[in-house]
Unconditional design. Structure first.
Lengths: 170, 150
């Protein structure tokens, strides 16, 4: 049997042979690093509010441009949110009416939604003044705020005139 | 017949396609890395709210991102700010100077607060912002169904 002889192909003087294995090693290490450290963050949403400082607006007097001051005007519906020492909602008052709930925060939020709708349909309120207790949990406050921001006024516009303040007496 | 492998029989796989693919993956991961990560405090667990609007990417102006931890501490770009009122006043003046004159741009305070934060501290920060002339707020939340890890 005749042996085939493999001879190394003579390299032309200008030809350069790259060592791809080393580059591939490095690239895989980089890839492993990125895969291991990659943690996609959840997509955040937002509730946008404009809340001018009453004291600042009042002190500015008549020179304030009305287009730049969105000071809540007109009739305001006051919502008072009371809290337990643990930060849960202890009770909610919409104007003079207390929102009843016996089965926890979800029912309370649903009842609040219904009560608010009723109030805003039957009266000419133009904004909501939200008063929150000092102990209230931020998440609970945002749930109440979310309900408020999804209300519609009798003219069909979405409620944007919302102010937040501390409940008198904490 | 010889069974041994000669040096001349060595296979030389073409590494170029695999290298191409690996570099494309690396490019992808480099692009999705958020270089603004320092603004967002990973220690926070945002509240989950049913139906908040997606974050508005078209809004113009300047942003002041405040991270409020559950213990009642303000963190900005990874650093705790103990003097809240002083810091907000300074930042408000600085950011307002960066707005284009005669434009409808404004400074928005982005509040990222922990879900278990007490409202007392939140109101302190909001009132300090108002006193500094900052009256636009974006409260960051997660939409219902999303859960934040860690």
């Amino acid at each position: 049997m005749r042996k085939r002889r493999h001879r190394k192909r003579p390299r032309s003087p200008g030809e350069v042979e790259l060592n791809m294995a080393a580059m591939l090693d490095m690239a895989f290490q980089l890839l492993a690093f990125f895969i291991l450290t990659f943690r996609p963050s959840p997509i955040e949403s937002q509730i946008s509010l404009r809340m001018p400082d009453k004291a600042a607006t009042a002190s500015a007097g008549q020179q304030e441009d009305p287009s730049t001051t969105a000071e809540p005007a007109g009739l305001q519906l006051t919502i008072s949110v009371h809290a337990t020492p643990e930060g849960e909602i202890a009770g909610v008052e919409v104007g003079p009416q207390t929102v009843a709930a016996t089965q926890g925060p979800t029912e309370l939020i649903n009842n609040l939604r219904a009560t608010l709708k009723e109030f805003l349909t039957n009266a000419e309120f133009e904004g909501i003044a939200l008063q929150v207790a000092n102990d209230l949990n931020y998440e609970r406050m945002m749930q109440v705020l979310d309900v408020c921001s999804h209300q519609t006024l009798p003219n069909g516009e979405t409620m944007t005139n919302i102010s937040i303040s501390q409940l008198p007496g904490g | 017949m010889s069974g041994s492998v000669h040096a001349g029989d060595r296979a030389e796989p073409n590494l170029t396609p695999i290298l191409d693919m690996v570099f494309q993956l690396i490019t992808f991961f480099m692009l999705v890395i958020s270089f603004k990560a320092t603004d967002f405090d990973k220690a926070l667990v945002l509240p989950v709210v049913g139906s908040a609007a997606p974050a508005d990417a078209d809004a113009t102006g300047e942003y002041l991102i405040l991270n409020l931890r559950s213990g009642g501490k303000l963190f900005v770009q990874g650093k705790e700010e103990p003097n809240i009122e002083g810091f907000l006043n300074f930042e408000a003046q600085k950011l307002k100077k960066q707005l284009k004159p005669d434009s409808d741009q404004y400074v928005t305070v982005v509040i990222r607060a922990d879900r278990s934060l007490r409202c007392e501290f939140l109101m302190r920060v909001i009132n300090a912002c108002k006193r500094s002339g900052l009256d636009r707020f974006d409260f960051m939340v997660l939409r219902g169904g999303q859960q934040q890890s860690g």
